[in-house]
Design a protein around this ligand. Structure first.
Ligand code: PMP
Length: 329
């Protein structure tokens, strides 16, 4: 018999699948690393499993304890899934722009969800981040602290990076990933650059986020609003190591959503908006590259998490994103 004793053992080892590069002649090979193959449906399974299992091993967490973090949704799902396996209670604070699919999914694992306003400052006590910190302090909960925890970075240094190096036979030349906490980018790139210092690392940031300007100037500007979930930030995070970024490409919501929709319709790969943005950026970078380049793009989660958002024509129309003229029912 061949089986795993825990759902945590089947996290990682996600497949690479070719995605069209959008170039008119030749151009690089673009491979999507499909992180929705993880049991919790996103890249965040790697981090939650690493941080919480390590804390249990170190005696910082025991059965029955409560873990808390703020999340754009996927960390919440991952944390709730891992907590259920390890016998922990989970509380997730999410911004009110988080899709209903993700909120329902977090609750389905038995976790508690606290919905907080998106349109307040990072330091505002009503917001997602401060609510998690204040509750952790007040009740002695374990704060996973994904935005600043270096174990978030380590999870990708130990798994995502080595998998990509192995599966491309060391032929990867370009790595492309959206940055939310920055953990995926920093850990994976640190590993890959140790193997090949010439690797080009491209970070993808939504218009409105502070990361792009911070990476270029180390200055923190004003944050604006954007609809894409999981990437971008209104504050600097310690999980992002900006010195590892060779290029940062900013993406508009409409390009991220259109690309996600096109990938499902034209290539049969249903991806979320952040992956749509990452593929859009990869194709933009691909225009300048020759046939020998091998680009890996992180596809953080699947379109099934956004059926009420960018895959819903009415929502797209309400947001002013729908370009097509076909009738919206
Ligand atoms: N895309 C999605 C959909 C996500 O949920 C996340 C995690 N916030 C990311 C991309 C970015 O990953 P990271 O936090 O490791 O930068």
């Amino acid at each position: 018999m061949k089986y795993s004793t825990s759902v945590l053992d089947i996290i990682g080892q996600t497949p690479l699948v070719k995605i069209s590069n959008g170039c008119s002649h030749g151009g690089p090979l673009i491979l999507g690393k499909l992180e929705f193959f993880n049991p919790g449906g996103s890249i965040k399974d790697r981090m939650a499993s690493h941080i919480l299992q390590k804390a249990v091993k170190e005696g910082k967490l025991q059965k029955g304890d409560t873990v808390i973090d703020n999340s754009s949704g996927n960390t919440g799902v991952a944390m709730a899934m891992v907590a259920s396996v390890l016998g922990l209670k989970a509380i997730v604070t999410v911004p009110d722009k988080t899709s209903k699919e993700k909120i329902d999914l977090i609750r389905s694992y038995g976790a508690e969800v606290i919905i907080t306003p998106s349109d307040v400052d990072h330091e505002d006590p009503r917001g997602c981040y401060m609510t998690a910190i204040n509750m952790a302090q007040k009740h002695g909960y374990f704060h996973m602290n994904q935005y600043h925890n270096q174990d978030n970075v380590m999870a990708h240094y130990m798994t995502t990076g080595p998998e990509i190096w192995r599966d491309t036979d060391g032929k990867i030349t370009h790595f492309v990933a959206g940055i939310g906490t920055g953990g995926t980018f920093s850990g994976t790139v640190r590993f890959l650059k140790e193997k090949n210092p010439a690797l080009m690392a491209i970070a993808v940031d939504p218009v409105g986020s502070i990361f792009a300007e911070y990476i270029k100037t180390r200055k923190v500007g004003h944050a604006g609003a954007y609809k894409v979930e999981g990437i971008g930030s209104d504050t600097v995070t310690e999980a992002l190591h900006p010195q590892l970024v060779d290029e940062v490409i900013t993406v508009k919501d409409s390009d991220a959503f259109d690309t996600a929709r096109d990938l499902a319709r034209q290539e049969g790969i249903s991806v979320g908006g952040s992956a749509g943005g990452a593929v859009w950026a990869a194709r933009k970078a691909a225009e300048k590259l020759d046939d020998n380049a091998v680009m890996i793009v992180i596809v953080a989660d699947s379109g099934t998490r956004y059926l009420s958002k960018c895959f819903n024509d009415i929502w797209m129309k309400e947001q002013g994103f729908l370009k097509e003229t076909r009738e919206v029912l």
